[in-house]
Design a protein. Sequence first.
Length: 241
Amino acid sequence: MNPPATPPAPREGGPAPYEPRVPSDTMPPGRAALSVSWAALPFLTLGWATPFTFAAAALWRRTPHVVTAALVYVGVFALQIVVYPDIDHDHRSRAIFGACVLVQAIVACAHAFIIRRRVFDPSGSEGMGGNEAAIEWVRRQRLLRQKARELAQGDPGLARELRIGRPDLPRRYDDGGLVDVNHAPVPSLETLPGITYELAARIERVRAEVGGFTSAEELSAVAALPPALTADLAEFGLFLP
C-alpha cells in the first residue's frame, strides 16, 4: 500500500506536520483575509469608504470592470456629498442621500465580495501558496529522514530507544516517515512506497529466515522485490541491526 497523499497526523510531543490552510477560494490565508477586509469596508463605513476602496482597486488592477465600477461609485459619492447639506429640510435630498448610502454600503459591499478574487488573485496564481507549502513540507520530511538516518548509523542503540522507523509504536522523535525494515511489523511495512500486503508479508517471512537486511538493494535482491521499488525503499527504509 502506498503512503497516504496527505501528511500524517502529528505524533505526541513531536513537531506538527504541515497542514494546508488555504481557504476554499484558493488564496493564501493572508491575502484572503485582506480581500475580505477590503470587500467589507463599504458596509463597515456605511459607504463612506466605497469610492476609495474601488479607486484603489482600479489603480492596482486597471481592468475595465473595476475602473468603471470605481467611476460609478465616485459619482454616487459625489452626489451624496452634494445633497448632504439639505437632508435636514428637503425630503427629496434626504431620499437621494439614503439611496446613495444604500448603494455605497450594501450594493458596493456585495459587489466587492463578488469581484474580490479578480482584484486580489486575478490569475489564480496566489493559490500556488498551498503548493509551495506542500513542497516545503516534503523537503522538511526529507531532511528529517536524513538526520534520523545519520543518527541511526552513528548510534543504533539510541535510534532504537527513540523508536526511529517504528510508526507502530508511540514515540516523540519525528523521523520524517522512515520505516525500520528489520523490525517493523507488516502494517508498517505496507506504508513503504509500492509495498502491498503480499510484499510486506514476504519481507517479514524472508527477514525471519535471514535475520534482517543491510540495505534496500539487499532487501530487493533477497526478497525478490520489483527492481523499480529499490530507490523508494532506500529513501524511506531504515535497516537497523
